[in-house]
Write a protein that binds this ligand. Structure first.
Ligand code: BTN
Length: 276
């Protein structure tokens, strides 16, 4: 497949994204600093329809959580989706779960893509897709997707979800600090994937999982628990104020991380995790 077919968004691709997903408006620029920054600019102006998708083929200044940068070489999928939380019936207290749900939606989409054309007998040998709390997606124990959820000031009733997925960008070309920790779909399978197809799969999964009857139900919780990368591992959580070490007992019904410390279970709502 040519670079134009897999790594570019042509007008027919943008039309397909609009007609086959819940997206109501698309802001596409071939090259962009950060799709989250561009989305924040657009959220400040009136007259935009939501859900709004901000999309680029080449993100040059991607932002990660905290002070991290997000590397994305040619063939990476980088986009932001802005949700109108009133219309989607997502009250403020549910926003942490929207973030967890976005990770699950990416997992489900990647699993669908990886299993396409694979005979049933071989499905058990597919690469494993997992969730590292709160919302990193791992493939075969390496990070393949990062998610940055933001609530910018002056953005009443809107939630911004930025998603970066390593698709056709081999981590061979990444900075050395990333090479050993990250992977991409092409690294794991040797194949190329059309970015439009990957994006449509993710957006469909996201819209399904955000629907009122579906949002944070038992099926989502089970899906999350089945894919929890940290469960039964010794970890350290840094919540900004302090570091706590313990044994991960998965997530509770609200999505908080459960950490067993000296025989007691603690609930953590946010933090950066290190494996011990
Ligand atoms: C992380 O794992 O630290 C989060 C990474 C989020 C990266 C995505 S790429 C699209 C969107 N635009 C950004 O600048 N960041 C997010």
């Amino acid at each position: 497949m040519s670079d134009l077919t897999v790594n570019c968004f042509r007008s027919q691709d943008l039309r397909a994204i609009r007609s086959e997903t819940f997206v109501e408006a698309i802001d596409f620029l071939p090259r962009l600093g950060s799709t989250n920054d561009r989305a924040i600019e657009l959220m400040a102006s009136s007259g935009t329809a939501y859900p709004l998708l901000v999309l680029t083929e080449s993100q040059t200044a991607g932002r990660g959580r905290g002070a991290n940068v997000w590397w994305s070489g040619r063939g990476a999928l980088t986009f932001s989706i802005v949700l109108a939380t009133d219309a989607n019936q997502l009250p403020t207290e549910s926003w942490p779960q929207v973030s967890l749900t976005a990770g699950l939606a990416v997992c489900e989409a990647l699993e669908e893509l990886l299993s396409q054309g694979v005979p049933p007998a071989s499905l058990s040998s597919l690469p494993t897709v997992q969730l590292k709390w709160p919302n990193d997606v791992y493939l075969e124990g390496r990070k393949i997707c990062g998610i940055l959820v933001e609530v910018p000031p002056k953005s009443s009733g809107k939630l911004l979800v930025g998603i970066g997925i390593n698709v056709n960008n081999s981590t061979e070309n990444a900075p050395p600090s990333i090479q050993t920790l990250a992977t991409s779909l092409t690294d794991a399978t040797g194949q190329q994937f059309a970015l439009t197809e990957v994006l449509i799969h993710v957006l469909r999964r996201l819209s399904k999982r955000l629907q009122p009857g579906e949002f944070w139900n038992a099926d989502v919780l089970n899906g999350w628990r089945q894919r929890c990368y940290l469960s039964h591992k010794s970890i350290e959580i840094d919540n900004g104020a302090r570091q706590v070490q313990g044994f991960c007992r998965g997530i509770d019904d609200g999505g908080a991380l459960q950490l067993e410390v000296n025989g007691e279970i603690q609930q953590h709502l946010a933090g950066v995790i290190k494996l011990l």
